[in-house]
Design a protein around this ligand. Structure first.
Ligand SMILES: Cc1ncc(COP(=O)(O)O)c(C=O)c1O
Length: 353
């Protein structure tokens, strides 16, 4: 139940910026404090902290509905996508929305000099722009600046028709919107937003069909088939599964990731979605927008204020009222997660009134 679980968070009122970073529940902070204390005193082997990596991987797999051996752990979205970009042959064509967070754009653009063609197209036209020449389409399931939910069915159908790989970025979706990773060839997700992990934990679903297709460029001991026996020795012996794409983990990020993810799966994404969208719609109604379906609201309130001059201090007034939101493309971006309350929303609306 969200109403009970919410007692595990202690935000200062007015945090409307989970799209930048999510806030941890107390079990997450407690686990991190305990591990940091063990580190300080040198009383635990790293393998103790690493148990959390396995727990986080399993909870993420549950969250997006795939077997655990299809999930790799990493540190950033861009790092995980670098493996996919490097596998594109010269002359490959990649289609990406024209407004897209650059962690899902630069990993493709960096290959332009060897003849990889990147076409950035309007988000609403993504499915239409996939054709027989397309090798890969990559898009955010929820757009980070606008909160728009991508037309997943149409995009995947078009990609499958033309044999293009489908890469999804679930960083602004997983944790509040149900995500079925198995529909994608690769699905990446930063942990530090809606999954409420520390920065330094990211997850990647790699479908079995691509395991042999991508070179595990970050090959390391932790990605070995038998980790304790992968510390030394000349022969290459990476895991047969998606674990071959693992980065050796930032221990304390994963110590915090496990409790957050486990709590999230316990509460259930459907309940989180209902809660978040209801609050987003309360905010939308307050600023004169029709109801929407996203936990992220982009409102022209900041830019129109600047243009018309009638509310020159919209952003300042929010800040003065203790509301922490973001400005993206000259628009106010407010985001609502399970620890957000109606009082947080009303605080923002009062400041804007
Ligand atoms: C859609 C999306 N993907 C990825 C990221 C973060 O990427 P990285 O883990 O490479 O820093 C963000 C951060 O805002 C994002 O909004």
């Amino acid at each position: 139940m969200i109403s009970e679980a919410v007692d595990l968070w202690d935000p200062e009122p007015g945090w409307l910026n989970t799209a930048s970073y999510g806030l941890p529940p107390r079990p997450t902070i407690d686990a991190m404090h305990a591990a940091l204390d063990e580190w300080r005193r040198g009383v635990a082997p790293w393998t103790t902290w690493d148990l959390s990596t396995g727990r986080a991987r399993a909870a993420f797999a549950r969250l997006v509905g795939v077997p655990v051996d299809t999930v790799a752990v990493g540190a950033t979205v861009s790092g995980m996508l670098s493996v996919v970009g490097a596998a594109l042959p010269a002359g490959a064509r990649v289609v990406v929305p024209e407004i897209e967070f650059t962690s899902n754009l630069f990993p493709w653009l960096v290959h332009a000099d060897r003849g990889v063609q990147i076409d950035t197209v309007p988000a609403g036209k993504l499915a239409d722009m996939i054709d027989a020449r397309t090798d890969l389409v990559s898009f955010s399931i929820v757009q980070s600046a606008t909160g728009e939910i991508a037309a997943i069915d149409e995009i995947i159908a078009a990609a499958r028709r033309h044999g293009a790989l489908v890469v999804g970025d679930a960083s602004q979706a997983a944790g509040w919107l149900p995500v079925e990773a198995a529909r994608f060839d690769v699905l990446v997700c930063a942990g530090y937003k809606w999954l409420m992990t520390p920065r330094g934990a990211a997850f990647g679903y790699f479908s079995p069909a691509v395991w042999d297709r991508f070179r595990p460029l970050q090959a390391n001991w932790y990605a070995g088939e038998d980790v304790p026996n992968s510390f030394y020795g000349p022969s290459m012996r990476l895991a047969a599964s998606a674990r071959r794409f693992d980065l050796s983990p930032a221990w304390f990020s994963y110590v915090g990731a496990a409790p957050s993810l486990e709590l999230l799966t316990e509460i259930g994404v459907d309940a989180v979605r209902a809660h978040n969208v209801a609050l987003a719609n309360r905010f939308r109604a307050g600023v004169g927008l029709p109801p929407g379906d996203s936990a992220i609201v982009s409102s022209a309130i900041v830019s129109s204020a600047i243009i018309s001059g009638d509310r020159p201090d919209a952003a300042d007034r929010l800040a003065a009222a203790g509301v922490r939101a973001a400005v993206r493309h000259g628009r106010l971006r407010a985001s609502f997660h399970l620890y957000t309350t109606e009082a947080d929303v009303d605080r923002a609306l009062d400041a804007l009134a």
